[in-house]
Design a protein around this ligand. Structure first.
Ligand SMILES: COC(=O)c1ccnc(N)c1
Length: 239
């Protein structure tokens, strides 16, 4: 999998050389390339923004540098196998399902907006050429798309076959199919007693059936308490 990041702060992506992501890069599972959008400007100030047409506060990212960067980094021919991600507060919700879909593609280009955002024609042009995802991490605004691109990267790359040492651990996570989309149950390890707090006895019983039931019940309880939106009617009936 090739990952490209277009940003006026490409240094944000140095962190991708650390930890598991770094290991994945080393063993060739992912190839990471960060690009400075200002490399596709031609004026002395390396200008990437301008005032919004129609007025309003703040600045908008000009389309020209993006177009020239796309030409050089991706190419000038349409290719739906290239997935272009625009992290944006007005995007569609980024979910585990979207992460799963992206984990099987060969190439993802992250376009990290700053200021008030990117000239919309950049997104329209990208849609005419590649497969575009405008995605939001939640109902809040960041100063730029870089941190969101890193979060999306982590959620996607960990699902790439061969990335996780023990793929079984993926099956039991929150929102995984194996959990019926429920939140993950509480986890415990040794010591059995810690500061007057004990591991639930059932988990030390060695009784696998009882343990599985306790975990399922806890997942259902937590999901109903914290994420009633995830327990639609037939799911709650099933639980
Ligand atoms: C500039 O990008 C954002 O503010 C952003 C991106 C993705 N999700 C969000 N909730 C915000």
């Amino acid at each position: 999998m090739r990952l490209d990041y277009l940003s006026i702060f490409p240094g944000y992506f140095d962190v991708l050389g650390i930890s598991l992501l770094g290991k994945a890069a080393v063993n060739g599972l992912v190839d990471v390339y960060a690009h400075d959008l200002r490399d596709w400007t031609h004026d002395r100030h390396r200008t990437v923004d301008d005032t919004p047409c129609g007025g309003g506060a703040g600045m908008v990212m000009k389309p020209d540098p993006w177009g020239e960067a796309f030409d050089e980094i991706i190419g000038t021919e349409p290719d739906p196998s290239v997935h272009v991600v625009f992290p944006s507060p007005s995007g569609e919700p980024f979910t585990q399902s979207v992460a799963h879909d992206l984990s099987s593609v060969e190439r993802i280009v992250f376009c990290c907006g700053r200021y008030e955002g990117i000239d919309h024609r950049v997104i329209d042009y990208a849609r005419s050429m590649w497969t575009v995802h405008e995605v939001s991490l939640g109902d809040y605004v960041l100063n730029g798309g870089e941190v969101a691109a890193l979060a999306i990267t982590e959620a996607v790359v960990r699902l790439v076959p061969g990335f996780m040492g023990n793929p079984q651990s993926l099956a039991e996570e929150s929102f995984s199919a194996g959990q019926d989309g429920l939140l993950e149950y509480p986890l415990f390890t040794r010591p059995v007693s810690w500061r007057g707090l004990d591991v639930p006895e059932v988990l030390m019983s060695g009784h696998h059936g009882r343990i599985a039931k306790w975990r399922r019940d806890e997942s259902i309880r937590l999901t109903r308490e914290r994420r009633p939106d995830l327990t639609d009617s037939d799911v709650s009936a099933r639980h």
